[in-house]
Design a binder for this molecule. Sequence first.
Ligand SMILES: *Cc1c(COP(=O)(O)O)cnc(C)c1O
Length: 426
Amino acid sequence: MAVLDKLTSQQAIELENKYGAHNYHPLPVVLSRGEGVHVWDVEGKKYYDFLSAYSAVNQGHCHPKIVDAMTNQAKTLSLTSRAFYNDMLGKYEKFASEYFGFDKLLPMNTGAEAVETALKIARKWAYEVKGIDENKAEIIVCENNFHGRTTTIISFSNDPVARKNFGPYTKGFLKIEYDNLQELQKALESSNNIAAFLVEPIQGEAGVYVPSEGYLAAAKKMCEEHNVLFIADEVQTGIARTGRLLATCGNCSCEDKNCSGSPEVKPNILILGKALSGGAYPVSAVLANEVVMNVIRPGNHGSTFGGNPIAAAVAMAALEVVADEKLAINADRLGKIFRDELTEFCKTNDLVKSVRGKGLLNAILINDTEESDTAWDICIKLRDNGLLAKPTHGNIIRFAPPLVMNEEQLRECIAIITTTISDFSK
Ligand SMILES: *Cc1c(COP(=O)(O)O)cnc(C)c1O
């Protein structure tokens, strides 16, 4: 088979099944093109994308400004490694640091790498600045977290599928219940060796769990009182997804592209990935102020591709799109419409228990067990009706369209979702 031969969906699926490792269970649809809020399969059928590559494609598929930045840079200089300077990285570091309101940025490629980076920085800070004895540092994490797939990260996961038979596990993590300030207080008081608290502002993979009002600000304050770093993993919630530039932002308006939230909810370490590139290229980053970031010195950490010129060009363009097109404001407004409409629908339909979320990161809870196929079967019907979404955790369906959607498109999508579920209940 020649590389350029056109495949049918069935052939493409068979190839992946035969030659690929089975580390995912994709919905059976084979995509070959994307533009804005839409994707097309190889047979030419058009769909609304309601996953946005797990919120990587906030700026919409193949955004022309991001594609231009990427192709121009690809033709000029793609990779130097960090053995030499390049003329894009510093510009990007200044741009993104100012954009999010931090002193410094450390560039990586994937979300998991950025989480690993944050953990390493926190530990080194604990020994060199806070004065914890060597190898004693502990990091508080939350139950049902999702921070990626590396050996250390799955060590503090409690998802048996992600963990089992991947031991021995990395030590130094203390797990508490999410959205529980008493448990955080207890953990912080339990030892003088706590370096950091790592938290998702909304637990995305767990099923879009939004913590109680004020949880993040109170948690940050407690951390401050114990000289513990507050690390926000905003890989999924960041970059306008939740109706704010960052989900850790307070109630700022986001009219200002430099919006980085009210100071009391500002993390000591911010982790970004996914939409930092608008889905065009793997780009992730860790941001922090000097006292924290300065613990990293030559040789302590790095990556051949991290901070490459294409990544720098792409990320700057992707962040400009977020500000220029006021995507946070759009996500906030459309998200409210989505939840209002779906909440009304829940009252008339027994199959949907509830809807929850923030901005355009939302989920519905299907009235069936976690082990049932109902949510999966609904997603297959949604696909047939031209909308792509996927269950997280059995009976929860996440809805996260690109943030460049307009109200008319959103209302059409709400109609597809409600009619599909109504037909399904019959
Ligand atoms: C997706 C995700 C990650 C991991 O990102 P990868 O690029 O897949 O490694 C980490 N944290 C959160 C909250 C995520 O949603």
